[in-house]
Design a binder for this molecule. Structure first.
Ligand SMILES: *Cc1c(COP(=O)(O)O)cnc(C)c1O
Length: 467
């Protein structure tokens, strides 16, 4: 399988190349040249596989010749062996129609671990084949940072620079990043910034030849294809448990950068019978507006109790627009250039109609979130976090036919956002034992102003050159 850029002018790469490159050098995102497809019989034969085996089965066509099937299985077993639940992503029933897919049993308590535990191993595997070093530069609204740092801390040949908007992540999120003292980990708090500002800085660095000539800049954000690939697996895992391939399933997905829900779209292209993908946003609702009116225009970011969704530029939406726009990279590059210069664009009719076939959307304000948290607690005895609450709000309001199970992706452990959970329910979820003495540990982080030059200079001074 080779990988092509959504903007049509970067070189095609194999899986290993696309994993290490992250963003394409024309500013686009890598996608596989075509979607692999499983027949009904092939999907039926996956029922009951342990998660690591299912993961290797689903991912093999994307990986192609970059890894043997045996090696891929070694890596999925190592990645998912660190999860605190044997099922890795267990499914929990809430009522006759509603289900929760718990994606937070990894080391840092959010779904980001599912992809990043594997991505850390993929980096090590592919870098081990040559003499190159990798400089990971990432932006985080909280959860990608901690999951990526856990996945690469102490690994040879990798430095990680993680930018977060100062004061806009929860105390648990911040400490999970800043208490990792491995010398290859560099936390940067950006003053006066939002996640979107931090993400724009990261994207700019990929196009800065002064930087890319000295460093192999790599990505751990969901602009990295390998992350989305790993997330496709749990859509299959949930679908199989609920009766796929014979039965359709709908998914409600708390959405920020459109990565997780795009993985659901990929699962559908691969043959999983998906009745609907419900894009759940908080009040930062650019995607809800785009999907309902066709207007993709960047508003200002409002901080909410679900900070990992406080995003107004959803990078992976570009992958959907490309796929729905008959994969015309030249047209998409023009559309994205317009968005980047004016902060607004209209979806074409074919993009709108294509999206409407599979996606619907919903927006949750602070009251909606609190109500969904209370509903789960009072009706079902489950504590859920505010991100999951946006998804559950969307699921309960979706009006999907009663015979179709609706699975809400539970993207974070409630203890990661325990203040909001406590405000809604009066219950304070305890931190699981696997995070240990998080609040006792020393923190290390530098504060930088938001200007690009200061950040590029800091990275240059601390990163290992290419090799
Ligand atoms: C990252 C994150 C999201 C949003 O996921 P995207 O892939 O960016 O759409 C939702 N919930 C939590 C808890 C997250 O960490």
């Amino acid at each position: 399988m080779d990988y092509i850029s959504t903007r049509g002018s970067a070189p095609a790469l194999d899986f290993a190349g696309a994993t290490l490159a992250g963003l394409a050098n024309d500013g686009g995102l890598y996608l596989p040249r075509e979607w692999p497809h499983f027949s009904e019989a092939e999907i039926a034969a996956m029922a009951g596989l342990p998660y690591a085996e299912l993961a290797a089965r689903i991912m093999q066509p994307f990986v192609g010749d970059s890894l043997t099937p045996e090696r891929l299985l070694d890596l999925t077993r190592a990645a998912y062996g660190r999860f605190a639940h044997k099922a890795v992503t267990p499914l929990k029933q809430l009522d006759e129609q509603q289900w929760l897919l718990e994606l937070f049993h990894g080391p840092t308590l959010a779904f980001k671990d599912v992809a990043l535990q594997l991505l850390g191993l993929l980096f090590e595997e592919f870098l081990g084949r040559g003499d190159e070093n990798l400089t990971i530069v990432g932006a985080t609204s909280g959860d990608t940072g901690s999951a990526a740092i856990d996945a690469v801390a102490g690994r040879a040949k990798v430095d990680i620079f993680m930018l977060h908007p100062k004061g806009r992540v929860s105390d648990v999120q911040r400490r999970q990043m800043t208490t990792v003292l491995a010398p290859n980990v560099h936390n940067i708090a950006i003053e006066g910034a939002t996640f979107d500002d931090a993400q724009a800085t990261v994207k700019r660095m990929f196009g800065d030849t002064a930087m890319t000539s000295r460093f192999n800049i790599g990505a751990v954000n969901s602009i990295n294809w390998a992350r989305l690939m790993a997330q496709v697996v749990y859509y299959f895992a949930a679908g199989l448990q609920l009766g796929a391939p014979q039965r359709e399933v709908a998914f409600a997905v708390p959405t920020g950068n459109f990565g997780d829900v795009f993985a659901g779209y990929v699962a559908a292209q691969m043959g999983l019978p998906v009745a609907r993908l419900i894009v759940a946003t908080n009040v930062n609702d650019i995607l809800h507006r785009a999907l309902t009116t066709g207007d993709y225009s960047q508003g200002t970011v409002t901080p909410t109790a679900a900070p990992s969704m406080d995003i107004q530029v959803s990078s992976n939406f570009e992958r959907l627009l490309y796929d729905l726009g008959r994969r015309d990279g030249v047209a998409l590059a023009a559309q994205m250039a317009k968005f980047e210069s004016t902060k607004a664009m209209q979806l074409t009719n074919s993009q709108r109609e294509g999206a409407a076939r599979l996606f619907s959307s919903s927006r949750a304000d602070a009251d909606d979130m609190a109500q969904a948290i209370r509903w789960a607690w009072e009706k079902c005895g489950e504590l859920i976090d505010p991100h999951t609450a946006c998804g559950l709000h969307a699921a309960l309001a979706s009006g999907i036919a009663r015979e179709v199970p609706v699975v809400t992706l539970a993207t974070a452990h409630p203890a990661k956002f325990r203040d909001a959970v406590e405000r809604a329910t009066g219950q304070r979820p305890p931190l699981p034992a696997r995070v240990g003495d998080l609040f006792e540990r020393e923190e290390r982080c530098v504060d930088l102003a938001g200007d690009y030059a200061a950040i590029a200079e800091y990275v240059s001074a601390h990163a290992m050159p290419k090799g």
